[in-house]
Design a protein around this ligand. Structure first.
Ligand code: APR
Length: 234
């Protein structure tokens, strides 16, 4: 009987689609300070700067050149063809996994193409700019829309579901993440406690590489399709 697989992805899986990672040379956090654009206090202090940062990323994500790559497509194929359960826990806020066809996704850091009203909590798809004049379609409040993404010092979404899935999984594979940010970086420990097979696929060893039994280093578009073919062939 095919067991259950949990996949954790990070920015590295979207790098070859043209989306910057955060901590590589030239990454996003070398361009702007986290404290200025990705914390609740930054939003209180200078909402225009925070909105502009996410408006720019929301526009960039929708550029025609930004498409799912072979690694995203391989994970969607795995979900479609694997006889057991496949759950994708992603730290990414881009929509490339969704566009590649993955369905069973827990977007624990939120989604760039959604906005949330901090007055009523309503969440809607958002493809345009957010700002002080943005109006909530649910409660009609003006200026209360924020990106539906998780900032530092905020709790990620779906962590209970992610941990429950990992505690029951047979295979846990981490792809394209530096292992620098908790609680996502600690998820592998639940897989080890569950006796699951653990694999790290990344360009280079992550900060939590020692927690993985198997490690494969190289580009996601090379390693992930090969890994999926191996699993489906098994
Ligand atoms: N193939 C595979 N891995 C790659 C590739 C590639 N082509 N290019 C880069 N990587 C790897 C890098 O070696 C690095 O370890 O992807 C990882 C990206 O790490 P980060 O930039 O730290 O991104 P991530 O791990 O997703 O960050 C986690 O931090 O800033 C927050 O909320 C943000 O979700 C993000 C979280």
């Amino acid at each position: 009987m095919a067991g259950s697989i949990v996949i954790l992805t990070g920015a590295g899986i979207s790098k070859e689609s043209g989306i910057d990672t955060f901590r590589d040379a030239g990454g996003l956090w070398s361009q702007v300070r986290i404290e200025d654009v990705a914390t609740p206090s930054a939003f209180v202090r200078n909402p225009q700067l925070v909105q502009a940062f996410y408006n720019m990323r929301r526009h960039a994500l929708q550029a025609p050149a930004i498409q799912p790559n072979a690694a995203h497509v391989a994970l969607a194929r795995l979900e479609a063809e694997w006889k057991g359960k496949v759950i994708l826990v992603t730290q990414n806020i881009d929509d490339l996994h969704q566009r590649a066809g993955s369905k069973n996704i827990l977007a624990i850091h939120g989604e760039l193409l959604k906005s949330r009203c901090f007055a009523c909590g309503n969440v809607v798809e958002e493809r345009g700019d957010l700002g002080a004049a943005s109006t909530c379609i649910a409660c009609a409040e003006i200026g209360t829309l924020r990106p539906h993404v998780v900032w530092f010092n905020e709790m990620p979404f779906f962590m209970d579901e992610a941990i429950a899935a990992i505690e029951a999984c047979d295979i846990f594979v981490s792809i394209g993440t530096s292992g620098a940010v908790y609680p996502a970086a600690g998820l592998v420990e639940y897989a080890n406690a569950a006796g699951a097979r653990t694999i790290e696929i990344n360009l280079e060893p992550s900060d939590v590489a020692s927690a993985f039994a198997e490690k494969r280093y190289g580009k996601a578009t090379d390693l992930v399709p090969a890994f999926v073919s191996e699993l489906l062939g098994s």
